[in-house]
Design a protein around this ligand. Structure first.
Ligand code: FMN
Length: 159
């Protein structure tokens, strides 16, 4: 088995986001459906956040699988300015059970940004440590929720 790699990147969406009150942005919904199908097959896990016209994504898996997936994603015309924020080998997965988890806009992200003087979600400007902190925040959110049993991501997105 090759080593486990965690890659974090940000990009700018090429589409004008639909009204957020209508739930998950339809373009993002389509991306998630493709991701879940492919990532499960390739043993890729991770998280996708979409806010203020930008994507922030964590991809975890075996090095070759992460490389292949990132190559495919980087050729996608739905976004541009892909910027790798961090690539590291990892001992364990942060998002083990997830082919691709979606994180809705939340208070915790707003607090994360406010604490660092960001007025908007601007992940292209994140330092490596900020990117890693946000990934850890999404991980904590996820595990906290599961434990508290407030709701289930699986139920919400039915996969
Ligand atoms: C922001 C963003 C994130 C994406 N994440 C993934 C992903 O994690 N896995 C994946 O297979 N495709 C992802 N895609 C979609 C790929 O670029 C590509 O369209 C898809 O893998 C093609 O799958 P298909 O050949 O099964 O249609 C992403 C696209 C965008 C714009």
């Amino acid at each position: 088995m090759s080593e486990l790699v965690r890659l974090i990147y940000a990009s700018r969406a090429e589409f004008a986001p639909a009204d957020p009150v209508q739930g998950v942005e339809p373009n993002v919904g389509r991306i998630l459906m493709q991701s879940r199908r492919n990532n499960k097959r390739s043993g890729i896990g991770g998280v996708l956040y979409f806010g203020d016209g930008h994507f922030f994504q964590v991809l975890e898996g075996e090095r070759e699988a992460v490389n292949r997936t990132y190559q495919r994603i980087s050729g996608d015309s739905r976004h541009r300015q892909l910027t790798i924020l961090s690539v590291n080998t990892a001992e364990t997965r942060l998002f083990a059970d997830w082919s691709m988890k979606y994180v809705p806009a939340e208070q915790s992200v707003r607090e994360f940004l406010a604490a660092r003087d960001y007025l908007r979600f601007a992940p292209l400007q994140f330092s490596e440590s900020e990117a890693k902190e946000l990934a850890r925040l999404f991980h904590r959110e996820h595990t906290g929720r599961e434990r508290a049993g407030r709701f289930s991501w699986r139920r919400l997105f039915d996969f």
